[in-house]
Design a protein around this ligand. Structure first.
Ligand code: SF4
Ligand code: SF4
Length: 383
């Protein structure tokens, strides 16, 4: 009986941190069947849920860091277990104890950079708006139509800066009255929260909310589905409600209003990948397709695993910052699917997806046959 006390304490700590639904599990194994990890290796969310309910979780295990929070198993679980919240709870406990397996240690540096510079790259806050130089992008002022928050990857990553530039060119072409916050924008905090660092998330959220309120912001345009999810669904926890629009939705709106008209058809064969946090988590499936169909002048060629069944790129849940062995990368599986479909361009709408697919396209032999682009780049090319 003596050992039951610490086990109960651990089980209680897991529940206290958000893992309360673990008790509902009846071990059907559906989560393991649908999980993308079991397409590239072996992983059991069912086992993690069981161990958590019993207080038997091995906090030092690499397995608690594997879930990419893709959202597939919570949608399919017949018992309403929230595996993502449970995983976050386990990672919070591991973070509190400072226990990180080798593949996860980059998170420590990322968290430090987020706290000091507001971005995960350990780059100076003052460089955040460098991407916008020479594009006529203004500082946001109260009364402007919309605030554009490019997010960390588009502001700093050399590949993703091209997407920020394409976005600015489109907004300029459509005559949108918009501005940016520049060095007053910090990371939204979505991924570091999923990686268990609640303190960093709250620090970032409060800093962003303060600056948004001071600037008089009401409507926000974002490029990252992770920013979209956080500003829309998680910042209301702090009592604020901004209107959040993802660029795919805004492109559709600008086209419907006649402010944005593709001038030339896109002649290459494209397919579209639904990012987990735009599609499965937030139900935005149609807007990007309507935009791409308009640019193509025809229906786009669809992947078999699409919309609610889209296959994760592997970058969510903080995995974008962790080490994943080459043979276990989801993005390789997805890129091969696009190549097999005969697509010349794999289009998506998320900086993590683009980063992972670009990496796969550069490493895989089949990758030479396909380009990876953001939806804004395709639209900008059609103007
Ligand atoms: S799908 Fe739900 S009920 Fe079934 S094993 Fe997974 S967590 Fe348990
Ligand atoms: S959310 Fe996705 S990655 Fe995480 S365990 Fe469920 S199916 Fe696997």
């Amino acid at each position: 009986m003596e050992t039951l006390v610490p086990l109960k304490e651990i089980a209680d700590a897991i529940k206290l941190n958000g893992g309360v639904t673990a008790d509902l599990c009846y071990q059907c194994g559906t989560c393991d069947v649908v999980c993308p990890w079991n397409r590239v290796s072996r992983f059991s969310m069912r086992k993690i849920v069981r161990q958590a309910a019993l207080g038997l979780t091995e906090i030092e295990s690499e397995d608690i860091w594997r879930c990419t929070t893709c959202g597939t198993c919570p949608q399919r679980c017949p018992r309403g277990v929230n595996q993502i919240e449970l995983g976050r709870s386990l990672r919070r406990i591991a973070t509190e104890y400072g226990v990180f397996p080798d593949s996860v240690t980059p998170i420590v540096t990322v968290a430090g950079s987020l706290m000091s510079e507001g971005n995960p790259f350990d780059l100076a806050r003052g460089k955040r708006a460098e991407w916008a130089q020479g594009l006529g992008v203004r500082q946001f002022k109260e009364g402007m139509e919309i605030l554009y928050l490019p997010g960390c990857y588009l502001a700093y990553d050399p590949r993703m800066k091209k997407v920020a530039v394409a976005t600015a060119k489109i907004l300029n072409a459509a005559g949108v009255d918009y501005g940016i916050l520049g060095d007053k924008e910090s990371c939204c905090g979505e991924s570091i929260r999923k990686a268990g660092n609640e303190e960093a998330f709250r620090h970032l959220a409060k800093s962003n909310i303060k600056n948004l309120i001071e600037a008089g912001v009401k409507k926000i345009l974002v490029s990252s589905p992770h920013c979209y999810h956080t500003y829309k669904n998680e910042y209301p926890e702090f009592g604020v409600h901004f209107e959040i629009v993802h660029i795919s939705q805004y492109l559709k709106q600008l086209m419907q209003e006649g402010r944005l008209q593709p001038k030339q058809e896109y002649v290459r064969k494209i397919t579209y990948h639904d990012p987990c946090y735009l599609g499965r988590h937030n139900g935005v499936f149609d807007a990007p397709r309507e935009v791409l169909n308009k640019v193509l002048g025809t229906e786009l060629n669809e992947l078999a695993e699409r919309r609610e069944n889209s296959f994760c790129c592997g970058g969510g849940g903080g995995r974008i910052w962790m080490e994943t062995p080459k043979e276990e990368r989801f993005s390789d599986v997805r890129l091969r699917q696009a190549v097999d479909l005969g697509a010349e361009v794999l289009v998506t709408a998320c900086p993590y997806c683009i980063t992972n697919f670009t990496d796969s396209s550069l490493r895989l032999d089949q990758g030479q046959a396909i380009e990876v682009k953001d939806i804004t780049e395709v639209v900008a090319e059609s103007l």
